[in-house]
Design a protein around this ligand. Structure first.
Ligand SMILES: Nc1nc2c(ncn2[C@@H]2O[C@H](COP(=O)(O)OP(=O)(O)OP(=O)(O)O)[C@@H](O)[C@H]2O)c(=O)[nH]1
Ligand SMILES: [Mg+2]
Length: 193
């Protein structure tokens, strides 16, 4: 299994008509803007900018689907919970998330949640987490950007995350320093076998 063998497949919005879904296994990367989702996907793919990243938040407004090894979908799914976007766009994005996850539920083998290790999870994070638990989707929580933390702080965040997120799998990663990316790749490979 080689995640370097990857192509952009397509973008999907809530207004996309006639979406064709097949039964390929899928990995979804989700969470609030600016957590490092797109950067992490590029790191896993060993690509510089296949997945668009931005220092400006709220850039990703479509579900962007990538085809790995012609066999698996890896999807960058934006989720926004606060309304700087305007009500209509926010409602469209909320609808996109629930439609997408519920439509693809049986094929999604893992949802990778990204939480910026420097930022305390917020109420909305826990609401989203509970929604994903209700859908019974297998979850991995990535504490992102851990290059910003000391070793001691990383350990503390892991303990905190384990307790807060009901002992789901927690992996602390840095796309910038490429630390613990292998552990995430191993965890993804396990569910794609
Ligand atoms: N220090 C550090 N910065 C990172 C890391 N990963 C991403 N960033 C930075 O965080 C910002 C957001 O990264 P993105 O990957 O675009 O975040 P995103 O979650 O895809 O954001 P949206 O597309 O807006 O939903 C960019 O400025 C990145 O350079 C990391 O591992 N370490
Ligand atoms: Mg993004």
């Amino acid at each position: 299994m080689n995640f370097k063998n990857v192509n952009f497949f397509k973008s999907v919005s809530i207004n996309t008509k006639e979406v064709y879904f097949d039964d390929k296994k899928e990995i979804v990367f989700i969470w609030r803007s600016n957590m490092g989702k797109s950067s992490l996907m590029n790191t896993i793919f060993e690509k510089k900018d296949l997945v668009k990243t931005s220092s400006k938040p709220w850039k990703t407004r479509l579900a962007n689907i990538f085809l790995v090894e012609n066999k698996y979908y890896f999807t960058d799914l934006p989720w926004y919970w606060f309304a700087k976007l305007g009500k209509d766009l926010k409602e469209d994005l909320d609808a996109l998330i629930s439609w997408y996850l519920e439509e693809r539920k049986d094929n999604i083998k893992k949802v990778v949640i990204l939480i910026d290790s420097k930022l305390w999870p917020q109420q909305s994070d826990f609401e989203m987490f509970e929604y994903l638990l209700e859908l019974e989707l297998p979850l991995t929580i990535v504490l992102s950007k851990v290059d910003k933390l000391s070793k001691n702080e990383i350990n503390k965040s892991i303990v905190f995350a384990k307790e807060s997120f009901f002992w789901q799998e927690i992996i602390a990663c840095s796309s910038k320093k490429k630390t613990w990316i292998d552990e995430l790749i191993k965890s993804i490979k396990k569910v794609l076998r």
